[in-house]
Design a protein around this ligand. Structure first.
Ligand code: FES
Length: 119
């Protein structure tokens, strides 16, 4: 029986913003390599989703955040996406946007991304 090597998925922790730069109830676009990420904060929770609507490639970070429903809305045609899962919850978008692990300390916000070949 062959040995199966199970590599853990190494992650890179990349500082992306000062904590005070993350608006509450609005999104801010951050670029990391080729990724465009919409970052927002609701209360103490940070959220990071792909900043590209899956309907027609408009920036989600330019749309409103609903702090009660925890969604972001595409300003172009109104599709809403869950900030926790990236799933679309209203048409015309039907595909999810990616979500990213995000964390902070007292001063900075970090996104955690797979080390290689994923960006
Ligand atoms: S481009 Fe986002 S809903 Fe159409």
């Amino acid at each position: 029986m062959g040995e199966q090597r199970q590599d853990k998925n190494p992650m890179s922790k990349i500082r992306i913003l000062d904590l005070k730069e993350v608006p509450e109830g609005k999104a801010k676009r951050v670029e990391v390599g080729n990724l465009r990420i919409a970052v927002t904060r609701i209360g103490d929770e940070l959220y990071a989703v792909g900043d590209m609507c899956t309907h027609a490639n408009y920036a989600l970070s330019e749309g409103p955040v609903d702090t009660d429903d925890i969604t972001i809305e595409c300003w172009k045609h109104g599709a809403q996406f869950c900030l926790e899962t990236g799933e679309p919850i209203s048409l015309p978008a039907t595909r999810a946007v990616p979500t990213y692990q995000i964390e902070s300390d007292d001063q900075s916000v970090y996104v955690l991304l797979p080390d290689k070949g994923q960006i």
